[in-house]
Design a protein around this ligand. Sequence first.
Ligand code: ZN
Ligand code: ZN
Length: 253
Amino acid sequence: MKLTVLGSGTLVSGPERATTGFALEIGGQPIVVDLGFGCFKNMQRAGIDFSKVNNLFFTHFEHPDHVNDLSAFIFARKGLIDLGYGSPVQVNIFGGSGFKGFVETLLDAYPSLKKLPFKLTASDLEPYGSKKFGEFSLKTKPMSHAPSSIGMRFEAGRKSVVFSGDTEANENLVELSKGADLLVLECNYGKEPPKFSHLNAEIAGGIAARAKAKAILLSHLLPETEKQDLKKIAAKKFSGKILLAKDLLEVNV
Ligand SMILES: [Zn+2]
Ligand SMILES: [Zn+2]
């Protein structure tokens, strides 16, 4: 698998970061996990052909920094077909509880998205779920952040990548992350105590240590947070490999 960071920021991102999103290439096929504002542009900057992204997953939809570019993505897929460049391949999007209703409302808000020239399915994933796709499987567990928040574990062959999404520390995250080859953790804060149901770098390191993850990628960074030595703070608790996210970073798993 290959992970590409589409957005390493949060609701206040600064000039160098899009909000939050990742692409995960599995067997040559890209999927997307979250697509906040700026991420759709970064997908194209990373050379990922968005007309081949047919499965998108959202850790929560309540906060625009994770979902804002979904409308841009759908509009562009529609545009490709309308302009005669694209073919009407089905697109499947998945989120936590209430996601299907959110997508219906979103499409309803844009007159241009009411009728699409391709099939779009939106589905709510089970909070404690397990689902098989062609080349990979997905496990989900509820996170502690917003009502629809779910953590996601993707497995392909013998490799695993886990996404915390936004969350505060919780046992589900430790369980979901057990032995993960790469654990993508939100790191809204550095040393300071987290507010609004988020993690800081030290707590993130502690979760990775308890889960015995092999490597972590700290992402979802506020401008104030990234002024701190986040790797050093996380390393107080975690002795594995620690990576710091920046937009367009690629990580082979
Ligand atoms: Zn967020
Ligand atoms: Zn959030």
